[in-house]
Write a protein that binds this ligand. Structure first.
Ligand code: ADP
Length: 574
């Protein structure tokens, strides 16, 4: 049954019951009223007339005329109010006797006859009053009974409606609300089960259809998603670089075959495990999760891992994955992907190149040195006289061989650094001595360019932990560059100061300066600022960086284009 019909019926029924109850009540009230009214009208009045007639009969001796008039008036009223059986006889008798009395007013027998008739009438009416009051009583009892019955019936029906009707409406709504919540929580298998033939039945049918469609849609999406996931997994698996995916808690979400191969564990031993737990037993895992970027200036060394049956080199990259959830403004961190790039081939080539450079520069050093020696011999008077042109040629050969020697020296130095053949002897060294050694080394160049070399050193500086030879080499390199990139008659300041338990060496020039974008690059191997003179190798600063960092120091430059540069390095005091 439709809810609307149900509600109409329920309310209608209640309405009907109220009407019935009112009708029954009204009917009985009317009946009782009629009964009592009857008594009043039919009998009470008769008694009143009778009483008046008796009184006027008694007064007849005193005022005869008035009494007769009163008696007659009441008699007429009584004649008009004959209601009971036998009352008519008694009344006509009374009228007859009263007519006789009017003619013979002193006849006591007639008066007593009249009294008897009046009493007869009164008796008849009193009996009637009793009878009618019994009837009224019965009517009242019947009224009580029927009103109670109808009232109880009304109460039962209303109570039934009160209990059932709200539930009938509220229960399906409750079930529907719960089901909608389930659907909102992505439980698309949820259905509602009220299949009544009413509005809720229709609603349930529509809801179930909707849920079914959502489930179907979700399943198709799931299929698509799982297909895409498989595709990605296959892609990651087929990549030649080891890849490990972590969530933001460090839990391993995926690791491709290459990664598993180098870690040396099976999928089930890795997936779903915490990296920190695995790191306790697996050294490679430990080095994988260590952040290499604690010190930005330090370069990240490639990882040496035994893979593919040989020592292999991997470059580690940790990619932080962040997403912006739909409808939100903040990006959240959802984990990291560790990618190991196999750089073994490049490393091997690099080794080959370094070895080649080392061999070549080593092999070149001896002939160049002997050229220099021969030149010195040529310059001597014993070797023979040389004219001015020849002298100039010899000078130029000397310059070139000097440069060649510097280049081969730097190349050799670098290749030794790369192969790890250079061993630093870090010991307690005096910074003042390093400064004086370096400034002495560049004395000739300074004089040639007529540069004012100013040395500003703080007093009583502590000794430093350093390899004095290599540190002096770096300082000489700074000075040579400063001289090269400064104009004649300019000024170069060499500063030595203390800063937070570190001794700072500074070479300040007023040369051409370095563009901001090249400031970090000048420390890269073979890098030369575009436009600078090509005679150098671009290796000096790279080697300097290696030397200083190997001594746990820091190196850097502050420079402004066209104003000058300040190259510095800091080494720890003893
Ligand atoms: P190079 O052998 O070319 O001097 P370096 O490694 O010593 O190699 O220097 C790298 C580059 O840095 C140089 O080519 C030059 O452009 C720039 N540079 C170094 N020192 C200075 C300086 N004092 N003023 C301006 N530029 C400099």
């Amino acid at each position: 049954m439709k809810i609307k019909t149900k509600l109409n019926l329920g309310v209608g029924l209640l309405f009907l019951l109220i009407i019935i109850l009112s009708l029954v009540g009204a009917f009985y009230i009317f009946s009782i009223k009629k009964d009592t009214e009857n008594i009043l009208k039919a009998n009470y009045n008769t008694l009143e007339y009778s009483r008046n007639m008796l009184l006027s009969l008694d007064e007849m001796n005193a005022d005869e005329e008035k009494a007769i008039v009163v008696f007659e008036t009441n008699l007429i009223k009584q004649i008009a109010n004959i209601t009971e059986a036998g009352e008519d006889n008694a009344t006509y008798n009374l009228k007859k006797v009263f007519n006789f009395l009017k003619k013979n007013k002193t006849d006591e027998t007639l008066k007593s006859q009249i009294r008897q008739d009046i009493f007869e009438i009164m008796k008849l009416n009193m009996n009637a009053i009793k009878q009618k009051s019994d009837i009224a009583k019965h009517t009242a009892e019947a009224a009580n009974f029927w009103i109670a019955i109808t009232g109880t019936l009304c109460f039962l029906i209303a109570f039934n409606l009160l209990v059932n009707l709200p539930n009938n409406i509220a229960n399906p709504i409750k079930e529907l609300t719960a089901s909608i919540k389930e659907i909102a929580n992505k439980n698309y298998s949820q259905r509602v089960h009220f299949m009544n033939h009413n509005e809720f039945g229709d609603l349930a049918k529509s809801f179930n259809t909707m849920a079914e469609k959502l489930q179907e849609y979700n399943n198709s999406n799931l299929y698509k998603l799982s297909f895409e996931k498989k595709r990605l997994e296959t892609l990651i698996n087929n990549m030649h670089d080891p890849i490990v995916g972590l969530d933001n808690q460090g839990l391993i979400l995926f690791a491709n075959d290459e990664a598993l191969k180098i870690i040396g564990l099976k999928t089930e031993e890795v997936i779903g495990k915490l990296t920190a737990t695995l790191a306790l037993t697996n050294d490679l895992m430990k080095s994988l999760i260590v952040s290499d970027f604690q010190n930005e200036s330090r370069k990240v060394l490639p990882m040496k891992i035994f893979a593919d049956g040989k020592e292999s080199y991997f470059e580690k990259e940790i990619v932080n994955i962040t997403i912006k959830p739909t409808g939100e403004d903040q990006t959240i961190d959802i984990g990291n992907v560790i990618i190991l790039r196999n750089i073994t081939v490049f490393k091997e080539l690099d080794f080959a190149k370094t070895n080649f450079i080392a061999t070549v520069s080593h092999e070149l050093k001896t002939p160049i040195s002997s050229i220099k020696l021969s030149l010195q011999l040529l310059e001597k008077a014993e070797t023979g006289n040389i004219n001015e042109d020849q002298k100039q040629l010899i000078e130029s050969i000397k310059d070139d061989s000097q440069r060649l020697l510097k280049i081969t020296g730097e190349l050799l130095e670098l290749s030794q650094l790369e192969t790890g053949n250079i061993k630093l002897t870090i010991e307690k060294s005096n910074p003042y001595e390093i400064i004086s050694y370096a400034t002495e080394a560049v004395k000739v160049q300074v004089e040639l360019k007529q540069i004012d070399l100013i040395i500003e050193t703080e007093q009583n500086l502590p000794d430093i932990k350093a390899d004095s030879e290599k540190t002096a080499w770096v300082l000489v390199n700074f000075l040579t560059n400063a001289i090269t990139y400064s104009s004649e008659n300019s000024k170069i300041i060499v500063k030595l100061k203390n800063e937070n338990n570190q001794v700072v060496f500074q070479v300040i020039d007023t040369g051409k300066g370095i563009d901001n974008r090249y400031k970090t690059k000048v420390f890269d191997k073979y890098f030369q600022v575009p436009g600078s003179h090509k005679s150098g190798t671009g290796l000096g600063l790279a080697i300097s960086k290696e030397f200083i960092e190997a001594q746990n120091g820091t190196i850097g430059v502050e420079s402004e284009l066209g104003v000058g540069s300040t190259f510095y390095f800091k080494l720890t005091a003893v």
